[in-house]
Design a protein around this ligand. Structure first.
Ligand code: CAA
Length: 257
C-alpha cells in the first residue's frame, strides 16, 4: 500500500513507521491518522513482525493536531464525528510500539508518543501540551496520560502554561525511558525493537498487557491480573524452552517470535 503522509519499512522483524509531512512538521491531519492506522493494522497482522517503531523527522516527531484542518470545525462537527477517536488505534496494538522522538512532540504529537509503550528521546526532543495557547485543551489523552507519567504538578503546569519540556527534564520526570544522541536515536530504537522481537511474542504481549493494566486498575487487582497472566505463561511452549535453555546454559530457541 502506498501512503502520502507516512513512510513504512520493514527491518528484520521490526515494522518502522515514519511520520512524513515535513512541510507541516508532521502535523497529524485526518489522512495521516488513517494511514498510520492502516500501517499499524498491517504490521499487527503480519506474523513476521514482532515490534513496531514509530518515529518522525529530526526536527519534529509531530507538532500536534493539524491546526489549519481543525480551525473551521464547529462543536457539532467534532461531536458528531467524535473527532480524535480514530487516533487511539495505537493503544489497541498488541505488539509493542516504541516511540522514537526527535524534535517537537507537541499537543497531539506528545499524546501520540505517550500512547506508545515507551519513548526513546533524542537530545533535541521537546515535549509539550500547548493547546492552551490555541484557546483549547489537550484532546487525545494529554491531561490524563501526562499526569500519570509525570505527576499532577508538572502536568498541570505544562497544560496550563503550554511550556515545553526538554529531553533531560522529560527523562527526570519519567516521561521517556532514555535519551540518545540525535544521530543514534533511530538505530537504537530499531535495535531495542529487534531485541524485543527476538523474544517469545506471547510473553511480550502478556508483559505489555500487565504493565498497561497498572494504569487502569487498583494495585490488588493489577497484581492479581499479573499473577493470572504469569500462571498462563506456563501453558506456553516457549516458557518451557526458555527455562530449559537457561538450565542447559544455552540461548533459547523461541518458536513464537
Ligand atoms: N498544525 C498545522 N500546521 C503546523 C502545525 C500544526 N500543529 N505545526 C506547525 N505547522 C506548520 C506551520 O504552519 C508552518 O507551515 P507554513 O510554512 O505553511 O506556514 C510549518 O509547519 C513550519 O512551522 P513553523 O514555521 O511554525 O516552524 P517553527 O520552527 O518556527 O516552529 C513550532 C515550530 C514551535 C512547533 C510551531 O510550528 C508550533 O508552535 N506549532 C504548533 C504546535 C501546537 O500548538 N500544537 C498543538 C496542536 S492542537 C492539538 O494537538 C490538539 C490535540 O490535543 C489533539
Amino acid at each position: 500500500m502506498s501512503y502520502k503522509n507516512i513512510l513504512v519499512d520493514t527491518r528484520g522483524a521490526v515494522g518502522l513507521i515514519q511520520l512524513n509531512r515535513p512541510k507541516a512538521l508532521n502535523a497529524l491531519c485526518a489522512e495521516l491518522i488513517e494511514e498510520l492506522n492502516a500501517a499499524l493494522d498491517a504490521y499487527e497482522a503480519d506474523p513476521e513482525i514482532g515490534a513496531i517503531v514509530l518515529t518522525g523527522s529530526e526536527k519534529a516527531f509531530a507538532a500536534g493536531a493539524d491546526i489549519k484542518e481543525m480551525l473551521p470545525k464547529s462543536f457539532q462537527d467534532v461531536y458528531m464525528e467524535d473527532f480524535i477517536s480514530r487516533w487511539e488505534r495505537v493503544t489497541r496494538c498488541k505488539k509493542p510500539v516504541i516511540a522514537a522522538v526527535s524534535g517537537y512532540a507537541l499537543g497531539g504529537g506528545c499524546e501520540l508518543a505517550m500512547m506508545c509503550d515507551f519513548i526513546l528521546a533524542a537530545e533535541n526532543a521537546k515535549f509539550g501540551q500547548p493547546e492552551i495557547n490555541l484557546g483549547t485543551i489537550p484532546g487525545s489523552g494529554g491531561t490524563q496520560r501526562l499526569t500519570r507519567f509525570v505527576g499532577k504538578s508538572k502536568a498541570m503546569e505544562m497544560c496550563l502554561t503550554g511550556r515545553m519540556m526538554d529531553a533531560e527534564e522529560a527523562e527526570r520526570a519519567g516521561l521517556v525511558s532514555r535519551i540518545l544522541p540525535v544521530a543514534e536515536l533511530l538505530d537504537e530504537a530499531l535495535k531495542v525493537a529487534q531485541a524485543i522481537a527476538a523474544k517469545s511474542l506471547p510473553s511480550v504481549m502478556m508483559a505489555k498487557e500487565a504493565v498497561n493494566a497498572a494504569y487502569e486498575t487498583t494495585l490488588t487487582q493489577g497484581v492479581r491480573f499479573e499473577r493470572r497472566l504469569f500462571h498462563s505463561s506456563f501453558a506456553l511452549e516457549d516458557r518451557r524452552e526458555g527455562m530449559t535453555a537457561f538450565s542447559e546454559k544455552r540461548e533459547p530457541q523461541f518458536k513464537n517470535r
